[in-house]
Design a protein around this ligand. Structure first.
Ligand code: NAD
Length: 267
C-alpha cells in the first residue's frame, strides 16, 4: 500500500471524472489534495468533502482556467504557497471532434492550450522545487491518442502526442535527481482508452443514435471498433495506477507512457 502521509498532490481537473478518482486514491493514501477544475462552488465543495471523507488531511480548491497558460503557472505557485507540491497530475483536458478540414482554428488552439500548453506551464513551475527536495512525481494523463491516431481528432491527437513528448523531455532532464531512498523525480504519462466519464458522452450519444438511441448498444459499438477487451475502464482504475507511480519503489519508472486501453494500442 503506497503511503502518501505528509505529501501533497495537485491534480488538475479533479472535481469530476478521472481526476476525482486519482485524487480519491491519493486521499485514501493520506495525501493532502489541491483540488482544481472549472466548477461552481457546490461542485468544488462536494469534491473537497468526498476527498476529506476518503482520508485527505487537508483539501483546498483552486479554480484557474487552464486555457490561459499564465493562469496555469499561477495555479502551481498559489498551491505551493499553501503546501509544497510533491505530486502534480496534469489531468484536465477537453475534446471536440470534427474532420480536419472542418475543425475551427480557435477550437484547435483551445484544445492545445488546455491539454498541452497548460501542462508545460505547470511542470515548469513545479519541477524545480521537487528536484530540490529529491522527490517528485509528475503524472500526465495523456490518452491512447498520445500513441495512435483516430479520424476527426486532429487537435486532441496533436495535444496528446505533444504531452507524451514533453513528458519524455522532462523525465530525461530530472532523471538523475534524488536517490532510491528519497524516491527521485519521475515524469510519466498514463494513456487511457475508453473510460466512462463526461468527456466521451457526446461520442456515446452520437453512436447510440445509430442504434435507435440505445446507449448500451452505442458503447458496445465504440468498444468493438477500437478496444479489444470490449470493456470500458472505470476511472478508479486510472487512479490505482497513478497512486502506484507515486511510491518510492517506482523511482526508476520514468519517461513511460503506460496504456490502460484493453489492448487498443497493441493492434
Ligand atoms: P471530464 O470531462 O469528466 O473531466 C475534465 C476535467 O478537466 C474537469 O474536471 C474540468 O473541470 C477540467 N477542465 C476542462 N477544461 C478546463 C479548463 N479550461 N481549465 C481548467 N480545467 C478544465 O473528463 P475525463 O475523462 O475525466 O478527462 C480527464 C483526462 O483524461 C483528460 O485529459 C482526457 O483527455 C483524458 N482521457 C480521458 C479518456 C476517457 O475515455 N474518458 C480517455 C483518454 C484520456
Amino acid at each position: 500500500m503506497t503511503d502518501l502521509k505528509g505529501k501533497t498532490a495537485l491534480i488538475t481537473g479533479s472535481v469530476q471524472g478521472i481526476g476525482l478518482e486519482i485524487a480519491r486514491a491519493m486521499a485514501r493514501a493520506g495525501a493532502a489534495i489541491a483540488v482544481h477544475g472549472l466548477a461552481d462552488a457546490r461542485q468544488a465543495a462536494q469534491a473537497c468533502e468526498a476527498l476529506a471523507e476518503a482520508g485527505a488531511p487537508e483539501t483546498r480548491f483552486f479554480g484557474h482556467d487552464l486555457s490561459d497558460p499564465v493562469a496555469a503557472g499561477r495555479l502551481v505557485r498559489e498551491a505551493a504557497e499553501w503546501r509544497a507540491i510533491d505530486i502534480l497530475v496534469n489531468n484536465a483536458g477537453i475534446q471536440q471532434t470534427a474532420p480536419l478540414a472542418e475543425m475551427p482554428l480557435d477550437t484547435f488552439q483551445r484544445i492545445l492550450a488546455v491539454n498541452l500548453t497548460a501542462a508545460f506551464a505547470t511542470m515548469q513551475a513545479a519541477l524545480p522545487a521537487m528536484a530540490q527536495r529529491g522527490y517528485g512525481r509528475v503524472i500526465n494523463i495523456a490518452s491512447v491518442h498520445g500513441l495512435v491516431a483516430s479520424i476527426d481528432k486532429a487537435p486532441y491527437v496533436a495535444s496528446k502526442f505533444g504531452l507524451v513528448g514533453i513528458s519524455r523531455v522532462a523525465a530525461l532532464e530530472y532523471a538523475a535527481v534524488g536517490s532510491r531512498e528519497t524516491g527521485g523525480v519521475t515524469v510519466n504519462c498514463i494513456c487511457p482508452g475508453w473510460t466512462e466519464t463526461a468527456i466521451i458522452e457526446p461520442q456515446i450519444v452520437a453512436r447510440a443514435a445509430l442504434h435507435g438511441g440505445d446507449r448500451a448498444a452505442g458503447v458496445a459499438d465504440l468498444l468493438s471498433e477500437k478496444q479489444p477487451s470490449r470493456r470500458t475502464s472505470d476511472p478508479a482504475e486510472i487512479g490505482a495506477l497513478a497512486l502506484w507511480l507515486c511510491a518510492p519503489i517506482a523511482h526508476n519508472v520514468t519517461g513511460a507512457a503506460i496504456p490502460i486501453d484493453g489492448g487498443w494500442t497493441s493492434q
